[in-house]
Design a protein around this ligand. Structure first.
Ligand code: XLS
Ligand code: MG
Length: 347
Protein backbone atom coordinates (compact mmCIF):
# COMPACT_ATOMS: atom_id res chain seq x y z
CA UNK A 1 0.00 0.00 0.00
CA UNK A 2 1.18 3.47 -0.79
CA UNK A 3 0.84 4.59 2.81
CA UNK A 4 3.52 2.08 3.80
CA UNK A 5 6.05 2.88 1.10
CA UNK A 6 9.56 2.52 2.44
CA UNK A 7 11.26 5.32 0.62
CA UNK A 8 14.78 4.92 -0.68
CA UNK A 9 16.97 7.87 -1.42
CA UNK A 10 19.63 8.78 -3.95
CA UNK A 11 21.99 11.65 -4.74
CA UNK A 12 24.83 12.31 -7.15
CA UNK A 13 28.49 12.77 -6.18
CA UNK A 14 28.28 16.35 -7.54
CA UNK A 15 26.06 17.16 -4.56
CA UNK A 16 29.16 17.10 -2.38
CA UNK A 17 30.95 20.09 -3.80
CA UNK A 18 33.52 22.74 -3.08
CA UNK A 19 31.22 25.74 -3.27
CA UNK A 20 32.41 27.49 -6.44
CA UNK A 21 29.89 29.80 -8.13
CA UNK A 22 30.14 32.08 -11.18
CA UNK A 23 31.52 34.84 -8.92
CA UNK A 24 34.14 32.99 -6.96
CA UNK A 25 36.16 29.84 -6.74
CA UNK A 26 36.17 26.95 -4.33
CA UNK A 27 35.73 27.69 -0.63
CA UNK A 28 36.11 24.13 0.68
CA UNK A 29 38.76 21.51 0.04
CA UNK A 30 37.85 18.87 -2.52
CA UNK A 31 36.76 15.57 -1.05
CA UNK A 32 38.12 12.69 -3.16
CA UNK A 33 35.51 11.46 -5.64
CA UNK A 34 36.11 7.75 -4.92
CA UNK A 35 35.69 8.30 -1.19
CA UNK A 36 32.23 9.82 -1.58
CA UNK A 37 30.60 6.42 -2.05
CA UNK A 38 31.39 5.35 1.50
CA UNK A 39 29.30 8.28 2.74
CA UNK A 40 26.03 7.12 1.19
CA UNK A 41 24.85 4.37 3.54
CA UNK A 42 25.67 6.16 6.79
CA UNK A 43 23.70 9.17 5.50
CA UNK A 44 20.66 6.98 4.76
CA UNK A 45 21.08 6.80 0.98
CA UNK A 46 21.34 3.70 -1.17
CA UNK A 47 21.05 5.05 -4.72
CA UNK A 48 23.78 6.77 -6.70
CA UNK A 49 23.01 9.16 -9.52
CA UNK A 50 25.86 9.34 -12.01
CA UNK A 51 27.06 11.41 -14.88
CA UNK A 52 28.94 9.25 -17.39
CA UNK A 53 32.26 10.76 -16.37
CA UNK A 54 31.52 10.29 -12.67
CA UNK A 55 31.77 6.58 -13.52
CA UNK A 56 34.55 6.86 -16.09
CA UNK A 57 36.61 10.02 -15.60
CA UNK A 58 38.30 11.22 -18.79
CA UNK A 59 35.77 9.27 -20.87
CA UNK A 60 36.46 11.18 -24.10
CA UNK A 61 40.08 10.03 -24.26
CA UNK A 62 39.45 6.34 -23.53
CA UNK A 63 38.89 3.29 -25.72
CA UNK A 64 35.73 1.19 -25.46
CA UNK A 65 37.73 -1.50 -23.63
CA UNK A 66 39.12 1.00 -21.11
CA UNK A 67 35.62 2.36 -20.51
CA UNK A 68 34.28 -1.15 -19.88
CA UNK A 69 37.15 -1.92 -17.52
CA UNK A 70 36.59 1.21 -15.44
CA UNK A 71 32.81 0.64 -15.39
CA UNK A 72 33.36 -2.92 -14.13
CA UNK A 73 35.56 -1.56 -11.34
CA UNK A 74 32.83 0.91 -10.31
CA UNK A 75 30.23 -1.85 -10.39
CA UNK A 76 32.35 -3.92 -7.98
CA UNK A 77 32.68 -0.92 -5.68
CA UNK A 78 28.90 -0.33 -5.74
CA UNK A 79 28.24 -4.01 -5.01
CA UNK A 80 30.69 -3.94 -2.10
CA UNK A 81 29.09 -0.83 -0.62
CA UNK A 82 25.54 -2.15 -1.16
CA UNK A 83 24.65 0.73 -3.47
CA UNK A 84 22.35 0.86 -6.50
CA UNK A 85 23.24 2.94 -9.55
CA UNK A 86 19.99 4.80 -10.20
CA UNK A 87 20.88 6.31 -13.57
CA UNK A 88 23.74 7.56 -15.71
CA UNK A 89 23.46 10.90 -17.52
CA UNK A 90 25.67 11.91 -20.45
CA UNK A 91 27.42 15.16 -19.55
CA UNK A 92 26.63 16.98 -22.76
CA UNK A 93 27.43 20.52 -21.69
CA UNK A 94 31.11 20.60 -20.80
CA UNK A 95 33.11 19.60 -23.87
CA UNK A 96 34.02 22.13 -26.54
CA UNK A 97 31.87 20.17 -29.01
CA UNK A 98 28.76 20.97 -26.96
CA UNK A 99 29.19 24.76 -26.89
CA UNK A 100 26.22 25.21 -29.26
CA UNK A 101 24.20 22.34 -27.82
CA UNK A 102 24.52 18.60 -28.32
CA UNK A 103 21.80 16.91 -30.38
CA UNK A 104 20.61 20.30 -31.63
CA UNK A 105 24.02 21.83 -32.41
CA UNK A 106 24.16 23.42 -35.84
CA UNK A 107 27.47 21.68 -36.64
CA UNK A 108 27.12 18.06 -37.86
CA UNK A 109 30.40 16.86 -36.33
CA UNK A 110 29.35 18.29 -32.95
CA UNK A 111 26.08 16.34 -33.21
CA UNK A 112 28.13 13.22 -34.02
CA UNK A 113 30.14 13.78 -30.84
CA UNK A 114 26.90 14.05 -28.84
CA UNK A 115 25.64 10.78 -30.25
CA UNK A 116 28.93 8.94 -29.58
CA UNK A 117 28.95 10.25 -26.03
CA UNK A 118 25.35 9.15 -25.54
CA UNK A 119 26.15 5.66 -26.83
CA UNK A 120 29.05 5.44 -24.38
CA UNK A 121 26.72 6.57 -21.59
CA UNK A 122 24.24 3.78 -22.41
CA UNK A 123 27.09 1.24 -22.45
CA UNK A 124 28.25 2.49 -19.05
CA UNK A 125 24.74 2.39 -17.61
CA UNK A 126 24.33 -1.22 -18.72
CA UNK A 127 27.81 -2.18 -17.50
CA UNK A 128 27.19 -0.93 -13.98
CA UNK A 129 23.67 -2.37 -13.83
CA UNK A 130 21.63 0.81 -14.16
CA UNK A 131 18.36 0.59 -16.02
CA UNK A 132 18.13 4.21 -17.14
CA UNK A 133 19.95 7.12 -18.65
CA UNK A 134 18.86 10.67 -17.83
CA UNK A 135 18.79 13.33 -20.51
CA UNK A 136 19.20 16.68 -18.89
CA UNK A 137 19.25 18.66 -22.14
CA UNK A 138 21.43 21.40 -20.72
CA UNK A 139 22.50 23.29 -23.82
CA UNK A 140 19.67 22.23 -26.13
CA UNK A 141 18.22 25.65 -26.66
CA UNK A 142 19.34 29.07 -27.78
CA UNK A 143 20.69 32.33 -26.51
CA UNK A 144 18.93 34.14 -29.36
CA UNK A 145 15.84 32.73 -31.04
CA UNK A 146 17.14 33.03 -34.60
CA UNK A 147 20.22 30.88 -33.86
CA UNK A 148 18.46 27.58 -34.54
CA UNK A 149 15.49 26.14 -36.35
CA UNK A 150 13.44 25.11 -33.30
CA UNK A 151 11.21 22.73 -35.23
CA UNK A 152 14.26 20.93 -36.61
CA UNK A 153 15.80 20.92 -33.11
CA UNK A 154 12.80 19.02 -31.72
CA UNK A 155 13.04 16.56 -34.60
CA UNK A 156 16.70 16.01 -33.82
CA UNK A 157 15.99 15.39 -30.12
CA UNK A 158 13.28 12.90 -31.03
CA UNK A 159 15.62 11.27 -33.54
CA UNK A 160 18.21 10.76 -30.81
CA UNK A 161 15.65 9.31 -28.42
CA UNK A 162 14.62 6.82 -31.11
CA UNK A 163 18.25 6.02 -31.85
CA UNK A 164 18.88 5.18 -28.17
CA UNK A 165 15.76 2.98 -28.07
CA UNK A 166 17.06 1.21 -31.15
CA UNK A 167 20.65 0.94 -29.88
CA UNK A 168 19.69 -0.73 -26.61
CA UNK A 169 16.50 -2.71 -26.34
CA UNK A 170 16.16 -2.44 -22.56
CA UNK A 171 17.49 0.87 -21.35
CA UNK A 172 14.99 3.54 -20.28
CA UNK A 173 15.37 7.23 -21.06
CA UNK A 174 14.29 9.71 -18.39
CA UNK A 175 14.06 13.26 -19.68
CA UNK A 176 14.78 15.94 -17.08
CA UNK A 177 13.18 19.20 -18.23
CA UNK A 178 14.49 22.65 -17.38
CA UNK A 179 13.31 25.92 -18.92
CA UNK A 180 16.52 27.97 -18.90
CA UNK A 181 20.13 28.11 -17.70
CA UNK A 182 22.70 27.64 -19.06
CA UNK A 183 20.86 28.73 -22.20
CA UNK A 184 18.47 31.68 -22.31
CA UNK A 185 15.60 29.46 -23.43
CA UNK A 186 15.78 25.68 -23.38
CA UNK A 187 14.00 23.19 -25.57
CA UNK A 188 11.89 20.70 -23.58
CA UNK A 189 11.21 23.15 -20.72
CA UNK A 190 8.47 21.20 -18.92
CA UNK A 191 7.32 17.65 -18.29
CA UNK A 192 4.54 18.22 -20.83
CA UNK A 193 7.15 18.70 -23.55
CA UNK A 194 9.11 15.67 -22.31
CA UNK A 195 6.07 13.39 -22.35
CA UNK A 196 5.00 14.60 -25.77
CA UNK A 197 8.41 13.42 -26.99
CA UNK A 198 7.87 10.16 -25.14
CA UNK A 199 4.56 9.45 -26.82
CA UNK A 200 6.00 10.46 -30.21
CA UNK A 201 8.90 8.02 -29.78
CA UNK A 202 9.12 4.47 -31.08
CA UNK A 203 8.65 2.90 -27.64
CA UNK A 204 7.02 5.26 -25.20
CA UNK A 205 7.03 2.63 -22.44
CA UNK A 206 10.79 3.26 -22.11
CA UNK A 207 10.72 7.07 -22.21
CA UNK A 208 9.78 8.76 -18.93
CA UNK A 209 10.44 11.94 -17.06
CA UNK A 210 12.57 13.07 -14.13
CA UNK A 211 11.19 16.14 -12.42
CA UNK A 212 13.44 18.47 -10.49
CA UNK A 213 11.52 20.79 -8.14
CA UNK A 214 13.68 23.84 -8.90
CA UNK A 215 13.41 23.35 -12.65
CA UNK A 216 9.59 23.32 -12.47
CA UNK A 217 9.64 26.43 -10.27
CA UNK A 218 11.91 28.18 -12.78
CA UNK A 219 9.23 27.50 -15.40
CA UNK A 220 6.74 29.24 -13.10
CA UNK A 221 5.00 25.93 -12.42
CA UNK A 222 4.15 24.02 -9.29
CA UNK A 223 6.40 20.93 -9.05
CA UNK A 224 3.62 18.88 -7.44
CA UNK A 225 1.37 19.47 -10.46
CA UNK A 226 4.22 18.59 -12.81
CA UNK A 227 4.72 15.35 -10.83
CA UNK A 228 1.00 14.64 -10.90
CA UNK A 229 0.98 15.05 -14.68
CA UNK A 230 3.77 12.49 -15.10
CA UNK A 231 2.18 10.14 -12.55
CA UNK A 232 -1.15 10.35 -14.36
CA UNK A 233 0.65 8.93 -17.41
CA UNK A 234 2.66 6.46 -15.29
CA UNK A 235 5.80 8.17 -16.50
CA UNK A 236 7.60 9.47 -13.44
CA UNK A 237 10.99 7.76 -13.66
CA UNK A 238 12.47 9.77 -10.81
CA UNK A 239 12.46 13.06 -8.97
CA UNK A 240 15.13 15.54 -7.98
CA UNK A 241 13.78 17.18 -4.89
CA UNK A 242 15.22 20.54 -3.93
CA UNK A 243 13.96 24.11 -3.67
CA UNK A 244 14.19 27.46 -5.38
CA UNK A 245 13.55 30.95 -4.10
CA UNK A 246 11.80 32.63 -7.00
CA UNK A 247 12.81 33.14 -10.60
CA UNK A 248 16.55 33.46 -10.47
CA UNK A 249 19.53 31.19 -11.19
CA UNK A 250 19.09 27.49 -10.42
CA UNK A 251 19.64 27.38 -6.68
CA UNK A 252 19.29 23.71 -5.73
CA UNK A 253 18.37 24.75 -2.20
CA UNK A 254 17.54 22.20 0.46
CA UNK A 255 14.20 20.49 0.02
CA UNK A 256 11.60 22.68 1.73
CA UNK A 257 14.17 25.40 2.40
CA UNK A 258 12.32 28.10 0.46
CA UNK A 259 8.71 26.97 0.57
CA UNK A 260 7.61 24.29 2.97
CA UNK A 261 4.06 24.11 1.63
CA UNK A 262 5.27 23.51 -1.93
CA UNK A 263 7.51 20.76 -0.57
CA UNK A 264 4.61 19.28 1.41
CA UNK A 265 2.49 19.11 -1.72
CA UNK A 266 5.20 17.30 -3.66
CA UNK A 267 5.42 14.69 -0.91
CA UNK A 268 1.61 14.48 -0.80
CA UNK A 269 1.31 13.87 -4.53
CA UNK A 270 4.09 11.27 -4.52
CA UNK A 271 2.72 9.48 -1.48
CA UNK A 272 -0.89 9.47 -2.70
CA UNK A 273 0.19 7.98 -6.05
CA UNK A 274 2.22 5.22 -4.39
CA UNK A 275 5.43 6.56 -5.95
CA UNK A 276 8.36 4.51 -4.70
CA UNK A 277 6.43 1.29 -4.25
CA UNK A 278 8.03 -0.10 -7.42
CA UNK A 279 11.51 0.83 -6.28
CA UNK A 280 11.57 4.37 -7.65
CA UNK A 281 14.02 6.55 -5.77
CA UNK A 282 13.53 9.82 -3.95
CA UNK A 283 16.41 11.61 -5.62
CA UNK A 284 17.83 14.75 -4.09
CA UNK A 285 19.73 17.32 -6.14
CA UNK A 286 20.74 19.80 -3.48
CA UNK A 287 23.74 22.07 -3.15
CA UNK A 288 25.44 22.92 0.12
CA UNK A 289 25.30 26.61 0.97
CA UNK A 290 28.55 28.30 -0.05
CA UNK A 291 29.22 29.56 3.47
CA UNK A 292 29.19 26.05 4.94
CA UNK A 293 32.51 24.93 6.42
CA UNK A 294 33.91 21.43 6.48
CA UNK A 295 35.00 18.61 4.25
CA UNK A 296 33.04 16.70 3.19
CA UNK A 297 29.87 18.78 3.59
CA UNK A 298 26.84 16.48 3.80
CA UNK A 299 24.39 18.18 6.18
CA UNK A 300 22.30 19.50 3.27
CA UNK A 301 21.73 15.91 2.11
CA UNK A 302 20.96 14.56 5.55
CA UNK A 303 18.66 17.50 6.33
CA UNK A 304 16.75 17.33 3.04
CA UNK A 305 16.14 13.61 3.54
CA UNK A 306 15.02 14.22 7.11
CA UNK A 307 12.67 17.00 6.01
CA UNK A 308 11.18 14.72 3.36
CA UNK A 309 10.47 12.05 5.99
CA UNK A 310 8.88 14.59 8.35
CA UNK A 311 6.63 15.67 5.51
CA UNK A 312 5.72 12.03 4.84
CA UNK A 313 4.53 11.88 8.46
CA UNK A 314 2.52 15.05 7.92
CA UNK A 315 0.93 13.60 4.78
CA UNK A 316 0.11 10.32 6.54
CA UNK A 317 -1.49 12.20 9.41
CA UNK A 318 -3.86 14.20 7.19
CA UNK A 319 -7.52 14.03 8.12
CA UNK A 320 -8.97 12.79 4.84
CA UNK A 321 -12.58 13.02 5.93
CA UNK A 322 -12.11 16.66 6.86
CA UNK A 323 -10.49 17.33 3.48
CA UNK A 324 -13.38 15.58 1.72
CA UNK A 325 -15.89 17.64 3.73
CA UNK A 326 -14.17 20.89 2.78
CA UNK A 327 -14.05 19.86 -0.87
CA UNK A 328 -17.72 18.85 -0.85
CA UNK A 329 -18.72 22.13 0.76
CA UNK A 330 -16.34 24.00 -1.58
CA UNK A 331 -14.97 25.64 1.54
CA UNK A 332 -11.36 26.09 0.49
CA UNK A 333 -10.81 28.78 3.13
CA UNK A 334 -11.40 26.14 5.80
CA UNK A 335 -9.26 23.67 3.88
CA UNK A 336 -6.37 26.11 3.68
CA UNK A 337 -6.52 26.97 7.35
CA UNK A 338 -6.57 23.26 8.20
CA UNK A 339 -3.51 22.57 6.01
CA UNK A 340 -1.52 25.50 7.41
CA UNK A 341 -2.33 24.58 11.03
CA UNK A 342 -1.50 20.95 10.27
CA UNK A 343 1.89 22.02 8.92
CA UNK A 344 2.48 24.23 11.95
CA UNK A 345 1.45 21.46 14.31
CA UNK A 346 -1.29 23.51 15.98
CA UNK A 347 -4.95 22.61 16.40
C1 XLS B 1 21.30 19.95 -13.46
C2 XLS B 1 20.75 18.63 -13.48
C3 XLS B 1 21.72 17.50 -13.36
C4 XLS B 1 20.99 16.28 -13.74
C5 XLS B 1 21.76 15.15 -14.22
O1 XLS B 1 20.59 20.94 -13.21
O2 XLS B 1 19.82 18.57 -12.44
O3 XLS B 1 22.24 17.47 -12.09
O4 XLS B 1 20.13 15.91 -12.72
O5 XLS B 1 22.44 15.49 -15.37
MG1 MG C 1 18.73 17.40 -11.45
Amino acid sequence: MSSHTQYRFSFGPWNISEGADPFGGEVRPAFPHEEKFALYRPLGFEGVQFHDDDVVPGIDGLTAAQIQQKAAEVKRMLDNQGLTPEFVAPRLWFAEQTTDGAYTANCASDRDYAWERTRKCVDIARAIGSKAIVLWLAREGTYIREAKDARLAYERILGTINAVLEYDKEVEIWIEPKPNEPTDQAYVPTIGHALALSFASKDHSRVKGLIESAHALLAGLDPSDEMAFALAHDKLGSVHLNDQNGLKYDQDKNFGGANLRVAFNQVRVLEEAGYGSRGEFIGLDVKAIRTQRGCPVTDHLRNSRELFLHLVDKVRALDHSLIAQCRDARDYEALELYILKHLLGVR
